[in-house]
Design a binder for this molecule. Structure first.
Ligand code: HEC
Ligand SMILES: [Cu+2]
Length: 391
């Protein structure tokens, strides 16, 4: 066999191996996405396509490396009785240039493709709906700011613990955190964005149709370990089929804000149910379907405020519940960690953990009614003067 014949045979093998690697990469890129969740946003199509390209390349490299490894193990294994050293190999400049240049080109191509997808996703869309997202240990909350129908020069905020939108509506989320870093992750939308203290981050998406029947609910998770209740930090993204269906939901929420119940207890229940505050992520409360485990259960908290807490602190039940929200570290419920319950404050509307006096009064009034009989454990007039002062 002349060296010329060997050369063409080697080239033939390299071509066959190259084709096999590319085919293998293509198979991997087609099979892996079968285990993904549905593609529920326009962006998920772009991101999955990009991911497929990375999978073809990564799959081919995986097969190349593993293939060479297995080939070498078999071909160059030590035969029985062979105790000699391996041959002494020195650097090979051609090889080093090739295996540096090829990855460099691959990385460059992926950079350009990713950048195009990123720019396209983050570009401003016509008719965007903006929703403010707040991450707090351990719940997400959403705020829709709309002109106040009673005075359109004023803004009005509708809070929700679910993010509602509809098929085809471009969305922009402006996201902040009350405490630590969280990561807003909606797998079906291929959307993952961190929220960071002191910064506002944005993401954009447009829901597309995936199902026959609407509304459809997709889970929103936190993808950044943020403390003991991290696993409970799950909310829902609800996609309505069209604008009319979405507006029906929205107008219901708006009506609750425009016409709050007179009764403070009912109002407190409504404020808590709206998800304006992250209490659900840390507390159990059967009446509102809360399942958080970081803090003590609030079932029967009115009874406890009037009995064990009153004797432990010397406070009246209304005083105790009032202070557990403003000064949670003054008295720590036995068995629970200090410094976890956020210290809500009514001084700075822009500051973290702001809770207006009205909300505070209503929430405490509601907590007072968490008793075995349903009767309030508190003196509401005393509570009113505690919260609003004696004037
Ligand atoms: C990050 C978790 C977390 C969040 C969010 C949170 N709490 Fe708490 N809460 C705790 C922990 C932990 C305790 C127990 C430690 C202590 O007493 O400060 C507690 C204690 C309490 C208590 C005293 C309970 C008792 O049995 O005496 C009340 C009342 C309460 N929280 C209400 C609320 C309300 C209302 C909200 C929302 C406005 C809220 N918490 C949000 C973690 C949380
Ligand atoms: Cu989190």
């Amino acid at each position: 066999m002349t060296s010329n014949q060997l050369g063409s045979r080697t080239i033939f093998i390299i071509i066959i191996a190259g084709v096999a690697l590319i085919l293998g990469g293509l198979v991997i890129s087609q099979v892996t996405p079968l285990i993904f969740p549905v593609q529920a946003s326009a962006e998920s199509l772009q991101i999955d396509n990009l991911f497929r390209i990375a999978l073809v390349i990564g799959g081919a490299i995986f097969l190349l490396v593993q293939g060479l490894l297995i080939y070498s193990i078999v071909r160059f294994r030590a035969r029985a009785g062979d105790t000699s050293d391996g041959i002494n190999l020195h650097g090979n400049a051609t090889l080093e240039i090739v295996w540096t240049a090829i990855p460099a080109v691959i990385v460059l191509v992926l950079t350009v493709l990713s950048y195009q997808v990123w720019v396209s996703i983050q570009s401003v869309k016509d008719d965007e709906m903006t929703v403010k997202v707040t991450g707090a240990r351990f719940a997400w909350s959403f705020a829709y700011e709309v002109p106040d129908p009673r005075d359109t020069s004023q803004k009005l905020t509708v809070n929700s613990k679910e993010l509602h939108t509809y098929v085809g509506r471009p969305m922009k989320l402006e996201m902040v955190t009350q405490d630590v870093i969280h990561s807003f992750w909606v797998p079906a939308f291929r959307m993952k964005q961190d929220v960071m203290p002191g910064r506002t981050t944005t993401v954009r998406f447009t829901p597309i149709q995936t199902e026959e029947t609407y509304p459809v609910r997709y889970p929103i998770k936190c993808a950044e370990l943020c403390g003991s209740g991290h696993g409970e930090m799950v909310n829902w993204l609800v996609v309505h089929k069209d604008e009319a269906d979405y507006m029906a939901w929205f107008n219901q929420q708006l009506d609750l804000v425009l016409n709050p119940p007179e009764d403070p207890v009912a109002r407190g229940r409504q404020v808590l149910a709206s998800g304006a505050y992250p209490c659900a992520g840390c507390h159990v409360l059967a009446d509102l379907g809360w399942a958080g485990l970081t803090g003590p259960s609030l079932n029967g908290v009115g009874d406890r405020a009037a009995t064990v807490r009153a004797s432990a602190t010397g406070l009246s039940p209304e005083e105790y519940l009032d202070r557990s929200i403003y000064y949670p570290n003054e008295y720590i419920v036995p068995g629970f960690g200090a410094g976890l319950m956020p210290q809500f404050q009514a001084n700075d509307p822009q500051g973290a953990n702001y809770m207006s006096l009205d909300d505070h009064f209503a929430i405490v009034a509601y907590l007072c009614t968490q008793t075995s009989t349903g009767e309030s454990a508190c003196d509401l007039d005393r509570l009113r003067s505690l919260v609003f002062g004696n004037s």
